[in-house]
Write a protein that binds this ligand. Structure first.
Ligand code: SAH
Ligand code: DHB
Ligand code: MG
Length: 224
């Protein structure tokens, strides 16, 4: 491990212990995800807490998540919602969804959070056909190749004042490789360019370092 990564881990350990300590429900969610063979690509605890704070700052009552995995970020977000809040989370893998449903039930969030299985680009038009009330926050964290499409859907499913959060926009700095043929980088670059040029969006992106390496979030507020 690089000395930089060791330093980032040490600082994250300090922040996490102090400010976002794992409770038994979150710890069990990660344990069961690991036991089921899910990859450890959930947000870090301090990032989960950041998502929760953003949802609370938004006064969010309705949250849409794209990319559930074992429901770890879903628990952080779901806990920001009032008892009559609603969280819909979209997951490609039936296996991941099953693990997530179990983790959400243990968290007492099974009445608030609904996991929908399938490719998000199929679930999103179906969701739109239900004419749902607008979502107050959308967290995009699935297959990065489709990030541009996900931002477009997020705009359709939100309202002025809603917040769109996009995970993994740095990927150890590879995001600046304009000529890369990596579909993940292309998709995230498309999403960032869409945010930059969209008349309804005001956005930024910030780099992060920590247990998840060098990465970052983009934030976009729907302004019109
Ligand atoms: N938000 C989670 C991590 C999500 S990892 C957390 O922080 O805890 C990305 C997830 O997106 C994986 O579970 C993967 O199966 C899912 N995914 C990949 N392609 C997808 C697609 N086309 N539609 C929906 N989900 C997809
Ligand atoms: C990967 C996906 C993520 O959402 C993440 O936060 C980290 C890694 C991945 O696909 O490698
Ligand atoms: Mg992610």
């Amino acid at each position: 491990m690089s000395t930089a990564q060791q330093l980032w881990d040490d600082v994250d350990a300090y922040f996490t212990t102090l400010l976002s300590p794992a409770d038994e429900v979150l710890a069990a969610a990660l344990r069961d995800s690991d036991a089921a063979g899910l990859p450890p690509i959930n947000v870090a605890p301090n990032q989960g807490k950041l998502l929760q704070l953003l949802a609370q700052i938004q006064g969010a009552r309705r949250i849409l998540e794209i990319g559930t995995l074992g429901g770890y970020s879903t628990i952080w977000l779901g806990r920001a919602l009032p008892a009559d809040g609603r969280l819909i989370t979209l997951e490609y893998s039936a296996k991941h969804a099953e693990v997530a449903r179990h983790n959400l039930a243990r968290a007492g969030l099974d009445r608030i959070a609904e996991v929908r299985v399938g490719p998000a680009l199929e679930s999103l038009p179906k969701l739109a056909e239900e004419h749902p009330d607008p979502f107050d926050l959308v967290f995009i964290d699935a297959d990065k190749a489709n990030n541009g499409h996900y931002v477009e859907w997020a705009v359709k499913l939100t309202r002025p004042g809603s917040l769109i959060v996009l995970d993994n926009v740095v990927r150890s700095g590879r995001i600046t490789e304009a000529d890369s043929d990596d579909p993940s980088l292309q998709g995230t670059r498309a999403a960032l360019e869409l945010i930059a040029g969209h008349p309804k969006l005001s956005g930024t992106a910030v780099q992060t370092v920590g247990t998840k390496g060098h990465d970052g979030f983009a934030l976009a507020r729907v302004v019109a």
